[in-house]
Design a protein around this ligand. Structure first.
Ligand code: GSH
Length: 206
């Protein structure tokens, strides 16, 4: 029996998990769900109710996207060298920590600013831009976050940058981040991303 992956198509956390699984060519049974109608089986496996959730054949549950990425890399050979050496792994951790802990909360407020009246949408965007500027500075020196080759740092962050760009694409297209745009366009246009964004039927519990 293949491991089961509960996923929501447009969730950036689920995207990074699906990407790592795809890059490592690991077999899973993907069950697409709707966040407004979570299946009982998923909630039984992981009561916190976030996607992605991976349920292994032995019943073990992995319900954090970063842990699912690491699991995927451990399954087969890491043929794209996404993880790199010890030093690169520390850099990956640092990028993902910054993305998840600092950038994502500001991105949510920028996107859903109506629900956060303490500051303006512009304030939230500018707070999120601290991370975008860091990406721009890095990508000014090299093609990917860790160097000249794609790594888990790129895969784990670009779905969130895509979300940021989509809040106001007109602004993003002329914002002072040409390197981020180029990097994002390459990743969003990649065969891997197109494959993991394929539309599927919503999984229905028997
Ligand atoms: N720390 C979790 C966060 C996952 C997360 O928050 N996913 C969102 C969707 S993008 C979710 O499932 N939210 C629950 C809901 O909206 O009901 C991870 O990395 O997997």
């Amino acid at each position: 029996m293949s491991p089961i992956l509960y996923s929501f198509r447009r969730c950036p956390y689920a995207m990074r998990a699906r990407l790592a699984i795809h890059y490592c060519a690991v077999e899973v049974e993907q069950r697409d769900i709707l966040l407004k109608d979570k299946p009982k089986a998923m909630l039984e496996a992981s009561p916190k109710g976030t996607v992605p959730v991976l349920v292994l054949a032995n019943g073990e549950v992995i319900d954090e996207s970063r842990d699912i990425m690491m699991w995927a890399l451990q399954q087969g050979e890491d043929k794209h060298g996404l993880l790199g050496d010890r030093e690169q792994q520390n850099q990956i951790e640092a990028w993902l920590d910054d993305c998840d802990n600092n950038f994502k909360p500001e991105l949510d407020k920028y996107k859903y600013w109506v629900g956060y009246p303490e500051a303006s949408q512009l304030d939230y965007r500018q707070r999120a831009e601290v991370f975008i500027q860091k990406l721009e500075d890095t990508l000014n020196q090299q093609n990917y976050l860790l160097g000249e080759k794609i790594s888990l740092a790129d895969i784990g962050t670009f779905p969130f940058i895509r979300q940021f760009a989509n809040v106001d694409m007109k602004w993003f297209q002329q914002a002072p981040y040409p390197k981020v745009r180029q990097w994002l366009e390459g990743l969003v246009g990649s065969d891997e991303f197109i494959a993991i964004m394929e539309k599927r039927e919503i999984w229905v519990e028997a």
